[in-house]
Write a protein that binds this ligand. Structure first.
Ligand code: WTA
Length: 652
């Protein structure tokens, strides 16, 4: 280690690591280049071939359909994602293979074979039907990380219901907003789950969330912690009771490729979350292909993606991707450091994990805890490491490579989004030499570019906006019941007739030497706190609802562990005191409105927010102040930005 981190990072970035020689899916750069070329030149043939690796109940005749924004793929085909993920393996004699290994935080371990997961999924499907769920109806899933979460999702896919999974860390008002927007008729939840040795209650949040919502007819409750819960007779049903007389054999429906599969709410630049809509065929094909290319999945693999099923990473690479590939997916319920900081490494060792996929924020936290914790465990089962959710700094990359991968395992730094459904930019372990901090190259068929504010290509070496110029199968179809916002946010800015351009919202720079992409992070007001996507506007609206608050502006500031942290600048109403109690209750208001993970790291009081003459809040100035690049006096009391604002006004 040098004492000049920026120099170490520069040095680290120059190092490259060769691809492995024993990959099974894509071997060598020439193979990757040939796939990429073909997929760009003839997407119909390329993706048609990939799609035919799966089973279609009605073969498609067209691969690429309507162009974006109203894109379609495989549009006259019919299939069933659940059938492809489960029945296909059972039918091929692989029913005894382990589909899910689950470990609860208190330590229980449960393994479900493909056959068992299929049976549980059918039981869920049959119970959902008995509760009145029909094709196209929405089902909200608000569960801890338990195998029932996967079964519930797959059950929806089986009968053509549309799941909307809500991360268990969201608070009751956040759950309500999502259930209401999706008009879910059933909410699947649990009494609670375990996190850091404590019970996180879920059922009470659902009770509060659905109170008075006419759309919700039933709440199906999985018993996990055994804690007593309030009960609304008629509406509420215990999963274990319904399950007891549910059929374990429910046919998978033949569904049109463009039948909606799921809605997943994610933060945009406004206070209102966006319901990203994915459909059946394209999502299935995209996730199937990328799971195999990127993780190089093979028979017998234990694949552990540590994401919660409440995020897109959990959808694509905990549930659907690994199951389509027929490998074992590992689910862990609890906190990474409970009861000791080596819980993750103990899980890797005990379950012989081959592929480990996590977020940079976790890697940085582990790095800080020291090398002794992973050193206690046999990590020799690991073959491949992955990173997702935010840019990974070269130091963390190098530590991950050395300390977890023991210098043997390639790292795939995968860039993608809820909207993209599948990984779009990533090294392929058997083809792409990797470099710390670089997501390297687009996957086959992904036409990425870096452009300036007018949509013109910027020269390599210069930062710009990351865009995608050709459709890909797993792309979002629209925003739930908001086509206009979908077009406006993602397509209108640079698209011209016949040449759609998808705006990612991220900045990137292309390396002049080899075309490798370095993702710079969001260029809008979306931030990533510990890999949780959040909008500064959502946090602001939670804060201004606090009775003491007159005005608030939230910005992201860098944080050594969480990547970014929320810094809230707050002006109080006349007569309200900028004291610790107020600060605490503002944080609590955010926790109440969104969830604990969204609480601002800093709450800074000011008697006025710095504004331009035209009244716009000077966010850039606030970002600098939050990051400590602009030094202000004592930050523990009221801050005064008027001088800074006057100095800055010219260039805001
Ligand atoms: C960021 C998570 C840098 C990016 C799959 C993107 C990344 C947002 C990376 C999407 C990466 C994701 N390097 N940044 N490898 N992966 N991001 O929708 O800003 O939760 O736009 O999807 O995370 O977050 P989301």
């Amino acid at each position: 280690m040098t004492d000049r981190p920026e120099i170490e990072s520069l040095l680290a970035e120059q190092r490259t690591f060769p691809p492995v020689e024993d990959a099974v899916h894509v071997r060598g750069m020439d193979a990757y280049r040939a796939m990429h070329r073909e997929a760009l030149a003839d997407p119909g043939t390329f993706w048609g071939r990939v799609a035919r690796e799966l089973v279609w109940t009605r073969p498609f005749t067209r691969v690429v359909g309507r162009p974006p924004p109203a894109v379609t793929w495989f549009e006259d085909g019919e299939t069933n994602l659940c059938w492809n993920a489960l029945d296909r393996h059972v039918a091929a004699g692989r029913g005894d293979r382990t589909a899910i290994v689950w470990e609860g935080e208190p330590g229980e371990v449960v393994a479900w074979s493909y056959r068992r997961l299929l049976e549980e999924t059918c039981r869920f499907a049959s119970v959902l039907r008995s509760l009145g769920v029909r094709r196209g109806d929405r089902v909200a899933i608000y569960l801890p990380m338990v195998p029932e979460a996967a079964a519930a999702m797959l059950a929806c896919a089986r009968i053509g219901a549309v799941h909307t999974v809500i991360f268990g860390g969201f608070s009751a008002p956040a759950v309500r907003g999502r259930v209401e927007d999706a008009e879910a008729c059933v909410v699947v939840t649990a009494d609670g789950g375990w996190r850091r040795g404590k019970e996180v209650a879920l059922k009470p949040a659902v009770d509060e969330a659905v109170e008075g919502l006419a759309c919700v007819r039933h709440v199906l409750v999985v018993r996990r912690t055994g804690t007593p819960v309030a009960w609304t007779p008629g509406r509420d049903r215990w999963w274990h009771e319904e399950r007891a007389h549910a059929s374990a054999d429910v046919a998978a429906e033949s569904l049109p490729a463009e039948h909606p599969l799921f809605i997943l709410y994610t933060s945009g630049t406004t206070g209102r979350p966006k319901g990203i809509l994915h459909t059946t065929g394209g999502y299935m094909v995209g996730v199937h292909a990328t799971a195999r290319w990127v993780f190089d999945l093979r028979d017998g693999d234990v694949h552990w993606c540590t994401a919660d099923v409440g995020w897109v990473t959990g959808h694509s690479y905990v549930v659907y991707g690994p199951l389509l590939a027929g490998v074992t997916t590992l689910m862990y319920e609890g906190a990474p450091t409970h009861p000791e900081p080596d819980r993750f490494w103990s899980i890797v060792a005990r379950h012989r994990v081959r592929v480990f996929y996590t977020a940079p924020t976790a890697i940085r936290a582990f790095m800080r805890l020291g090398d002794a914790w992973p050193a206690r465990h046999d990590l020799s089962s690991l073959r491949l490491l992955g990173s997702v959710g935010e840019p990974i700094n070269p130091e963390a990359w190098a530590w991950y490579h050395r300390t977890i991968g023991r210098d043997r395992c390639p790292i795939v730094d995968t860039w993608w989004q809820t909207e993209t459904g599948m990984i779009l930019v990533s090294p392929l372990p058997g083809a792409t030499p990797t470099r710390p901090g670089s997501a390297t190259l687009p996957l086959p068929g992904i036409d990425v570019a870096v452009v300036d504010a007018k949509g013109r290509d910027v020269p390599a070496g210069h930062g710009g906006l990351l865009v995608v110029r050709k459709p890909w199968p797993a792309m979002m179809r629209t925003l739930w019941r908001d086509d206009a916002r979908h077009r406006e946010v993602y397509w209108d800015r640079f698209s011209t007739p016949g040449a759609p351009v998808y705006l990612t919202g991220d900045g990137a720079v292309v390396d002049p030497a080899d075309g490798y992409l370095r993702i710079l992070g969001r260029v809008d007001d979306v931030l990533n706190v510990s890999g949780h996507r959040l909008s500064t506007m959502e946090v602001e609206s939670a804060i201004v609802a606090h009775p003491a608050v007159a005005e608030a502006a939230c910005v992201a500031r860098p944080d050594a562990t969480t990547g970014e942290a929320v810094c809230a600048f707050v002006t109080l109403k006349q007569g309200r005191l900028p004291d610790e109690a107020t600060r605490g209750s503002i944080r609590a208001a955010v926790e109440h409105a969104i969830g604990r993970f969204a609480r601002p790291a800093d709450v800074r009081f000011t008697d006025a927010l710095p504004k331009t003459r035209s009244g716009k809040i000077m966010r850039r100035l606030l970002r600098d102040v939050a990051a400590g690049r602009e030094v202000v006096g004592d930050t523990s009391t009221l801050e005064d930005y008027s001088v800074l604002a006057r100095l800055r006004e010219e260039d805001e």
